[in-house]
Every structure is written in structure tokens, then in C-alpha cells.
Design a protein around this ligand. Structure first.
Ligand SMILES: Cc1cc2nc3c(=O)[nH]c(=O)nc-3n(C[C@H](O)[C@H](O)[C@H](O)COP(=O)(O)O)c2cc1C
Length: 340
């Protein structure tokens, strides 16, 4: 449970945009689409970032990359670009700006082999000259502010986030986010927040700490160990799009809003589902929404709910969007009956 707990964090301003609090939703490819970002923003997230967008594909009109440019309600529209060629990153930044991006974020954290083999994502931390060329190209191509997300380094022998952050600051980058793992760790082991302090000490920019922050206690510990100005939360928000806003409120000394329950939760899930069908179309929407439905149920189970196995299976295998409201309502009716 989240408790009200004030922490004196300076508000973060990037360009004209003053963030409402210091807890941000991380970019998660395949997850933080426009629908999810809109819902997290409604629940008070301090910032939301698009899924990573492959710059060359975007500039060449790839349909799914264009979808990723969807603007969320409420908050500034932060578009994250990935790629290995300064030219394509610059082109991608122009397309993103034309499509309404308020801030461009550069991805230097993705560990995927598909991404790193082309010297994109975290592989750029092994090629700092190339990384700087890319940053310069993006800053030069857009009139919008540019931010950067990276890891601690490529591996434990190369923890160069402080040097790269400093170089990025000199190029005009306005905020850096550090995932407290190296590329060689992928997502294994625990994120380390203490080494992020070396980045905080190296730059005058706002620094955001990321990795394994799943509740207020972890957020406070990450801030205390790193000295960062804000936290970024990714997987912890799956099935709980209200969590980032709750942590943001608590860090700002405000009483966090209660998580939705019962009918309010059912309405939220159904609205999220409809938004996804709208965003992706029926065929793809039904498939992409399944993981979110599963996470919502997992979050209920984590809180002690017992969910009927066959109903869960029907929900997660439904082939048409029209089937889902009835199955979900049956699940919630069963939960209510059990609680009575
Ligand atoms: C499924 C998945 C997709 C991700 N996609 C992106 C992405 O598009 N851009 C990015 O910078 N990081 C991406 N990440 C990394 C997260 O933003 C974050 O740095 C990492 O998950 C650690 O934070 P967490 O423990 O709060 O999830 C992704 C991570 C996961 C698990």
C-alpha cells in the first residue's frame, strides 16, 4: 500500500513543459502505446514516453512506427527514437516533430541483439563517438527539446554513463534517464541505483533513475541511493496504470488517489480495451490487448482475488472484441459474489 510521504524533489521543466510530478512512465515497446500512456496520464503520471520508434522505418513510412507516434491525452508528447545512423535519427526527429512531438527522447538503453547489432540502443554506449554524432544530429534537426535514456554502461568494465551524460549535456540534451543495469545484464539481476549517483554528480541536468521500481518504498530508496531528481517506472505499471501517478503524488507530498476497485476497475479495463481496439483495429487490437487483460487479472490475484481458471482462459483467448465485455463482467460478478 502506498502511504503519503513528502519528499522535497525539485519540479522538472523541459523546454516549456513543467512536469506535474517526478514519477514517470518508462517506454516499453509493445506496451506503452497511446492507449496505455493516456490512461497512465489520466491517473497522474508525471511524464509518459512513447514506445521506441525505429527512426529509418519511421522516416520511410512504416505503418506500425507511425502508429507509435500517437499522442496521449494530457501530458507532453514524448517520442522515443532508436537507430544507428545520425542521418536517420535526424530524419526521424523531423517526422516526429511534424507529427506533434513536444520532446524527442533518444534510446541508448535497448539491449536487444536485433537493435544492438546495428549499433543502436545500448550498443551506442560502446561507441561513444557515434553516440555523440547521433545526439548532435537529433539536437540539430529539431527545435524541440531532446532527452536521452541509457544504461549504466555496456558491461561492468565499461560503466561510462557519467561520461556519456556529460557529453550529451554539452550537445544540448536536457534530461537523462539511467536504467541501473549494464547492457550485458539485459534484465537479469537487480537494478543498481547507487552508481546512478555518478551521473548525477557529472551533470547539471535532471537525472531520472530507473529499474525495478515497483512501489513507493523502492522509489524512495532509488532516489536516496542515486540522488536522482525523478523515478521512471516500467514493468511495475503493467496491470496497474494508476501506480505511476500514485507514486508521483506521494513523492510530492500529496495523498495518492486510491486504485480503482470493483465497478470502477471493470469500467477502466473495458475502456482501455476499447481504446486498444480503436488504436490497432479489431484483429491486431484483440491480440495486443490480451497481455493487458492478463496483467489486470494478475494484479487482482496479487491482491488476494481468486479468479476462475476457465473464465480467465476464455477472456485471454477470445477471438473477437465483442466477446470480452461479457466475460470480464462475469469475472467481476464472481469476484463480487465471493466477497459478499
Ligand atoms: C517489454 C519491454 C519493452 C521495453 N521497451 C523499451 C523501449 O521501447 N525503449 C526504452 O528505452 N526502453 C525499453 N525498455 C526498458 C524499460 O524502459 C526500462 O528501462 C526497464 O524495463 C527497467 O525498468 P523497470 O524495471 O521499471 O521495468 C523495455 C523493457 C521491456 C521489459
Amino acid at each position: 500500500m502506498l502511504k503519503n510521504c513528502a519528499k522535497m524533489l525539485k519540479p522538472i521543466q523541459i523546454g516549456d513543459h513543467l512536469m506535474p510530478n517526478n514519477a514517470f512512465l518508462a517506454p516499453l515497446s509493445g506496451i506503452t502505446d497511446k492507449s496505455f500512456r493516456t490512461i497512465a496520464a489520466r491517473f497522474g503520471a508525471g511524464m509518459v514516453v512513447s514506445e521506441m520508434i525505429a527512426s529509418a522505418a519511421l522516416a520511410n513510412g512504416h505503418k506500425d512506427m507511425a502508429r507509435r507516434l500517437g499522442r496521449p491525452e494530457k501530458l507532453p508528447h514524448i517520442v522515443q527514437l532508436a537507430g544507428c545512423e545520425p542521418h536517420w535519427l535526424a530524419e526521424g526527429a523531423k517526422v516526429a516533430e511534424d507529427a506533434g512531438a513536444d520532446i524527442i527522447d533518444i534510446n541508448m538503453g535497448c539491449p536487444s541483439k536485433r537493435v544492438t547489432n546495428g549499433y543502436a540502443g545500448s550498443a551506442l554506449m560502446r561507441a561513444p563517438d557515434k553516440a555523440v554524432e547521433i545526439i548532435e544530429a537529433v539536437v540539430g534537426a529539431t527545435s524541440q527539446p531532446v532527452t536521452l535514456k541509457m544504461r549504466l554502461g555496456w558491461n561492468d568494465e565499461c560503466l561510462n554513463a557519467p561520461q556519456l551524460a556529460k557529453a550529451a549535456e554539452e550537445c544540448g540534451v536536457q534530461m537523462v534517464t539511467i536504467h541501473g543495469r549494464t547492457r550485458q545484464q539485459f534484465y537479469k539481476g537487480k537494478a543498481r541505483w547507487t552508481p546512478v549517483r555518478e551521473v548525477v554528480d557529472a551533470v547539471d541536468l535532471p537525472v531520472v533513475v530507473n529499474g525495478d521500481i515497483v512501489d513507493l518504498q523502492a522509489a524512495e530508496q532509488a532516489l536516496a541511493e542515486s540522488g536522482a531528481n525523478a523515478v521512471m517506472i516500467g514493468r511495475g505499471a503493467q496491470g496497474k496504470p494508476w501506480l505511476v501517478g500514485q507514486i508521483g503524488d506521494a513523492l510530492a507530498g500529496r495523498e495518492p488517489k486510491a486504485a480503482p476497485e470493483g465497478d470502477a476497475l471493470l469500467s477502466l479495463i473495458l475502456e482501455h480495451y476499447e481504446m486498444m481496439i480503436d488504436e490497432y483495429g479489431e484483429h491486431l487490437g484483440v491480440r495486443c490487448a490480451r497481455k493487458h487483460l492478463g496483467w489486470y487479472l494478475d494484479a487482482l490475484i496479487e491482491d488476494g482475488a481468486v479468479i476462475d481458471g476457465p473464465l480467465r482462459k476464455r477472456l485471454l483467448t477470445a477471438g473477437e472484441s465483442a466477446e470480452v465485455p461479457k466475460i470480464l463482467t462475469d469475472i467481476f460478478n464472481q469476484l463480487e459474489a465471493r466477497a459478499a
